[in-house]
Unconditional design. Structure first.
Length: 333
């Protein structure tokens, strides 16, 4: 902040105002960016610098680097998400930013211009609507009781998979790429499902393990997942899936092996877990969520520091703890 009650600044004051090191002040004088106050015969022991020259330089820098937009922290507060999530969305959607812009007192920051922020805001609103329930609606039809890619067969033994075409449910033969609307298929193809897609739901508070199935083998594994867990305990994330892989989320659970089909997929699916664990023991299958909820006792002093740190950087206490633990274990390695 500029001080109008004085005509000079000390070296430390100049360094603080311009966000530079004190030794850099000498360079600014020699380059003519600021002026040193007169000091005849070196009567004054400490060099001072004219307020007018320093203020002019500061205002010039602020004017040159002024950007209408949001810092990451400001955007995080406005959108109610973390800075890490904002960075991920910026990269994922290739949104324009201005990096290392010296604003807010000359401190280098990444700035999200207003037009980019509006785009980011729209993306955030859209993503908030895509809950697990809505993801389930995208891959399962309660009206028809069918699930995306579910296997069916006709009396002649020809197999069909459930598909959606422009929001319309239907089937596609494994032997060709012709889409058949659901109503036509029911009335003319005599299709029967090859397995039930319903199981007793497990604890709804449990998290999910994420499995990424390669396209070339996805249906074999997906049939097993449908039959073993049912749509109550799994879903396909259409948004995360692409031409190379199918993203499937399976709810955390412990299942006796005698209650699920015995298939090679039981032991092979562990190789496709990208978040969580898939553990097969002699008698049980353990599906472990990629996120764990724990209870810990810490001192009141550390608790207050934790909350204070989380507030300052617009993170949750869980995210701060995750950062602390990640740094700790990284240093331990």
């Amino acid at each position: 902040m500029l001080n109008d009650s004085k005509s000079t600044y000390t070296r430390q004051e100049v360094a603080n105002l311009l966000n530079i090191k004190e030794k850099t002040v000498y360079s600014y004088v020699s380059e003519g960016k600021i002026e040193q106050a007169p000091n005849p015969y070196q009567v004054r022991k400490e060099a001072l610098y004219t307020k007018a020259s320093v203020d002019n330089l500061l205002q010039s820098l602020e004017q040159e680097t002024k950007v209408d937009g949001y810092t990451l922290q400001e955007a995080a507060r406005a959108l109610g998400i973390t800075r890490q999530r904002i960075n991920a969305l910026l990269n994922e959607h290739d949104i324009k930013v201005i990096k290392n812009s010296k604003v807010r007192g000359g401190v280098p920051k990444t700035i999200i211009p207003n037009d980019s922020f509006e785009l980011l805001n729209d993306i955030t609103k859209t993503l908030r609507k895509k809950t697990n329930k809505q993801s389930k609606m995208n891959f399962y039809s309660s009206e028809y009781d069918i699930a995306l890619y579910q296997l069916h067969v006709n009396p002649e033994g020809e197999t069909y998979r459930v598909k959606k075409n422009n929001g319309m449910w239907g089937f596609m033969s494994d032997s060709n790429d012709t889409f058949v609307p659901y109503d036509y298929a029911v009335n003319n193809l005599s299709l029967n499902t090859c397995y039930s897609i319903h199981k007793k739901p497990v604890n709804s508070q449990s998290g999910y393990a994420e499995i990424q199935l390669p396209i070339v083998t996805r249906f074999e594994y997906l049939d097993y997942l449908f039959e073993a867990f049912g749509v109550e305990n799994m879903y396909i994330d259409i948004e995360k899936s692409n031409q190379e892989q199918l993203s499937v989320f399976v709810r955390q659970n412990i299942i006796p092996l005698e209650e699920i089909p015995q298939h090679k997929a039981l032991n092979e699916l562990k190789d496709y877990i990208v978040d969580g664990e898939w553990i097969v023991t002699e008698d049980e299958l353990f599906i472990v969520s990629g996120q764990k909820r724990i209870s810990a006792v810490i001192s009141l002093e550390n608790y207050n520091k934790l909350n204070s740190s989380a507030t300052k950087v617009n993170k949750s206490t869980s995210e701060i703890l995750e950062d602390i633990l990640s740094t700790y274990f990284k240093n331990m390695d």
